[in-house]
Each structure stands twice: as C-alpha cells, then as structure tokens.
Design a protein around this ligand. Structure first.
Ligand code: FAD
Length: 277
C-alpha cells in the first residue's frame, strides 16, 4: 500500500478568479496527502505561463507539483528553456507528452513523438527529472494498430520514462491486458491508471469521443436515462468509478491519478470511499 502513488491533475486557470478557486481546490485536496499535483500544458505551449504559474503556486503551498510538457510545435530551444525554468523552480517530476492541437492542424516541432522528447530530456538533464509518459489501455486514436501502440510505449520506456499515467478508461480489463502486453514486451515501469470521475454526461461523452476512451454501453445507457437529473448522474458516477478503482487496486494497480477537472468533488468522495487516507 505504501508504494502506491496517488495524485491529482489540474489544468491552468485562465483568469485571476479561476486561480483563486483553484487555490482553494488545492488546499482541500492537499489535506488528502497526495504524492503530487500535475498541471496540464496547453496545445502548442498556449498555457506555458499558466502552467508555470500554477506549478509555482502549488509548490509555494508546500505540495509537490509536476508540470506536463509537450513537444508538438515547440523547438528545442523552447523546450530547453522550459526545462531549465522548471529546474530553477525546484521541479523534479514531469509528464512528458507529444501533445495535441485543438484544430488538429499543426506543424510538428523538432520532436515528432513523445519518445524523442523523453530521450532529449534524459540527454540534457540526466536523472534530474522523474519522467511520466502517457499510455493508452484502449489504444491511442492515431495509432496504426494495437501492436504499434504497444511498441510506441516500449520506446518511451526505453528512452528513459520512469513511469506512466494512462488515458482514462472504464473497463478494468483493458488496463490489465495492456499492462500484461507491455510486460511481455520486457517493460516493467509502473503504469498508473488515470481515472476520470463522472459528473456531467454530455461533457464526458464529448471528451471520450475526442480522445478515444470508451464509455461502456451499460454506463452510457444508465447516464442517458438520468437526463438532466445531475444528482443521480453524480451518485451513479461515484458508485461506478469507486468500484472501478477498487477493482484496479485490488488486482495490483500501483496507484491512481485523478483527472480532477479542477473540482474537489467527486474526486474527494471517491478517495474517501477508497479509504486512501
Ligand atoms: P506519442 O507517445 O508520441 O504517441 C502519439 C501517437 O503517435 C500514437 O498514436 C503513437 O502510436 C504514434 N507514434 C508514436 N511514435 C510513432 C512513430 N515513430 N511512427 C508512427 N507513429 C508513432 N495533451 C496536451 O496537449 N497537454 C497535456 O497536458 C496533456 N496531458 C496528458 C496527460 C495524460 C496522462 C494523457 C494520457 C494524455 C495527455 N494529453 C495532453 C493528451 C496527449 O497529448 C495526446 O493523447 C496526444 O495525442 C499523444 O501524446 P503522447 O505523448 O501519448 O504521444
């Protein structure tokens, strides 16, 4: 139990009011004593300053913070500057990604894929950073095929990733099958399930279509049946996601990373249901 890692993910707020609200969310979730808070990095560096400011305020409050860093549309100089700023600010954990552009139109930066970014971070900063990479139990939507995606994950581990956080999923079987395939390919870095609590069906359906995470039919049907009854959606969501986490942890998952959407609830409720602290 002590080796397991529990963490929360935030996105950088866009306004001063948003920053104030996030500070309050942080303070409440920090009482649960997570290992760290990660902060996403907007497409093509659009939240470069926002990510840095958010990470700094988390650190200033005494919590560990892990900025996400993506290489899409960034050049080597920009990446190196960011890495050195993070080092100067006492950051020693990163989530290294290729990234996405919202429009789907972008010019590839100097690093085309996340494995190249990881390799560059290792070559230039040695072991300073603990590097997390993304993984996809239901496979990345742009992967040529499932085997290719496994091989991509293997490349990221071989490039120097220490551990991984998965895309969210609601099917525990997909996670364990992925872990098994990766281990069979000789990679044994921890793969932490990324968990998306359910509190709003239409938002969840939109995200899931975009990122290739499947909402199982029985969950969709139940959520649809509640219509605008948001209390029932939240209650059902909490129950389903708590059970998913219990199954994952009981069967050996090395922790949980919560995609909080900058909300206290339902993350805190699930955490408490799981008796994590
Ligand atoms: P990669 O590992 O580079 O893979 C991208 C695709 O390319 C895959 O389909 C892979 O199979 C394929 N591929 C890899 N190498 C090759 C090759 N040599 N030839 C052909 N195909 C190849 N996005 C953001 O913009 N900001 C964030 O902060 C952010 N945080 C995230 C956090 C987590 C935990 C996760 C799971 C995702 C996050 N994302 C974020 C989304 C992520 O950026 C997208 O899923 C993106 O499309 C892929 O990033 P990656 O690092 O997994 O890419």
């Amino acid at each position: 139990m002590t080796d397991r890692l529990f963490s929360f993910e935030f996105f950088p707020p866009k306004t001063a009011v948003g920053a104030e609200k996030l500070a309050a969310v942080h303070d409440e979730l920090a009482q649960l004593n997570p290992a760290y808070f990660s902060v996403t990095f907007g497409a093509g560096g659009s939240t470069r300053d926002g990510t840095l400011d958010t990470v700094k305020s988390i650190k200033a409050k005494g919590s560990d913070a892990a900025p996400h860093i993506s290489c899409i549309s960034s050049n080597r100089e920009e990446i190196d500057e960011l890495l050195s700023t993070y080092r100067d600010n006492g950051i020693n954990r990163l989530v290294a990604l290729r990234g996405d552009m919202p429009s789907g139109q972008y010019t590839t930066g100097e690093f085309a894929y996340a494995n190249e970014l990881v390799e560059h971070i290792r070559n230039t900063t040695g072991d300073h950073f603990h590097i997390e990479v993304a993984s996809y139990p239901e496979f990345h939507p742009q992967a040529k095929n499932a085997e290719d995606d496994i091989q991509n994950f293997v490349r990221k581990a071989q490039a120097g990733a220490n551990s991984s956080i998965t895309q969210y999923f609601y099917n525990a079987g997909a996670y364990f099958a992925f872990v098994e395939r990766v281990q069979a390919a000789g990679v044994d870095i921890p793969i932490i399930p990324g968990i998306m609590p359910i509190s709003n069906y239409s938002n969840l359906a939109r995200f899931s279509d975009a990122c290739g995470a499947e909402i199982p039919r029985w969950i969709r049907k139940r959520l649809e049946s509640y219509g605008d009854d948001s209390a029932s959606i939240k209650a059902f969501g909490e129950e389903v996601v708590t059970k998913l986490c219990e199954t994952l942890l009981d069967q050996g998952a090395p922790g949980i990373h919560f995609y909080t959407m900058n909300q206290v609830q339902p993350n805190k409720a699930i955490w408490q249901n799981l008796k994590l602290s």
